[in-house]
Design a protein around this ligand. Structure first.
Ligand SMILES: [Zn+2]
Length: 302
């Protein structure tokens, strides 16, 4: 992923989701489904922090093993370093559990769509997932097959998990059908639509921690400390990177605060808040016309 993605393209009337008092989402469950270790960090870390603060329980599902993106030539070490980063990311965001599905990086479009969908249906039923955050399944401008395949599998599994004839052996094993009711499709590329911006101003430091977790890949995780090293080789120093304690972790986080938050702040400014993330959101439609008609016209049977 890259940050050329924000702020995307407004679609219709854009709603601003503001911080909600109390814990209005207590008892609800979301799954953030990413293809790669660094997706969630850039697309929805602030929103995840907000939803958990408002009562949600959150899970992370990752479809690929990231074997192509890491600091060493070894595929095995690359997988392991990304897997460790994702565990740190989940801890920083307060997610309850991580499920690594382990498909090969960049090749998700060659995997069985039915197997991926079945695995997601199992997890949505097991975890009783009400809400998903993931890639837009019809993502305009998307060039990474791992992204659109992940989004499409999540979209299909979301409603099939609520059907009573799909994978009946799940019910024999004690699971119940369970439909996803809300979708937050994040903006991964410029031009992708959004109809909701989430005010994440209170969660900027969690976003910084999430971006910093991705040491193995991505444009943020260890960039600050590497820049500090390169400058030192030229007998130079950026005092802002040193922070209070001069550690590598501080340099990484200071770099993110200095250079990686501009798009989120620009999007926020456009909608009257300090910092925001954009989504194409779909949720419950409210009362149907039939229900309204019944409420107005139904009379007692006898
Ligand atoms: Zn990605």
């Amino acid at each position: 992923m890259t940050l050329d993605s924000l702020p995307g393209a407004p679609s219709g009337e854009v709603a601003v989701e503001r911080p909600a008092p109390g814990r209005p989402h207590a008892g609800k469950v979301f799954a953030a489904v990413q293809a790669h270790a660094d997706d969630i960090s850039f697309f929805c870390a602030g929103t995840i922090a907000k939803l958990i603060a408002e009562g949600y329980t959150g899970y992370l599902i990752q479809t690929t093993n990231d074997d192509k993106c890491g600091p060493t030539p070894s595929l095995g070490e690359t997988i392991l370093s990304n897997e460790r980063d994702v565990a740190v990311l989940a801890g920083a965001l307060g997610l309850k559990q991580v499920f690594n599905l382990g498909y090969r990086n960049h090749f998700l479009d060659g995997e069985s769509p039915l197997e991926l969908r079945c695995r997601l249906i199992f997890l949505f039923r097991l975890l009783k997932v009400d809400t998903v955050l993931t890639f837009n399944p019809w993502g305009f401008g998307e060039r990474n097959p791992d992204h659109w395949v992940t989004g499409q599998a999540v979209a299909a599994a979301s409603w099939m998990a609520g059907m009573d004839k799909d994978y009946p052996e799940h019910f024999a094993a004690g699971l119940e059908r369970h439909s996803v009711r809300e979708w937050y499709y994040w903006v991964a590329r410029g031009g992708q639509p959004f109809n909701r911006v989430v005010d994440v101003s209170e969660h900027v430091e969690t976003m910084v921690a999430a971006m910093s977790a991705n040491k193995a890949q991505g444009p943020a995780g260890s960039t600050g400390s590497r820049l500090k090293e390169r400058l030192a080789a030229r007998d130079l120093r950026l005092p802002e990177l040193d922070g209070d304690d001069g550690t590598d972790e501080t340099a990484d986080r200071q770099y993110i605060r200095l250079f990686m938050l501009d798009d989120y702040r620009e999007l926020g400014r456009a909608y009257g808040v300090d910092c925001a993330e954009a989504f194409y959101y779909m949720g419950p439609k409210g009362t149907s016309r039939v229900d309204e008609y019944i409420a107005r016209h139904a009379v007692p049977l006898r």
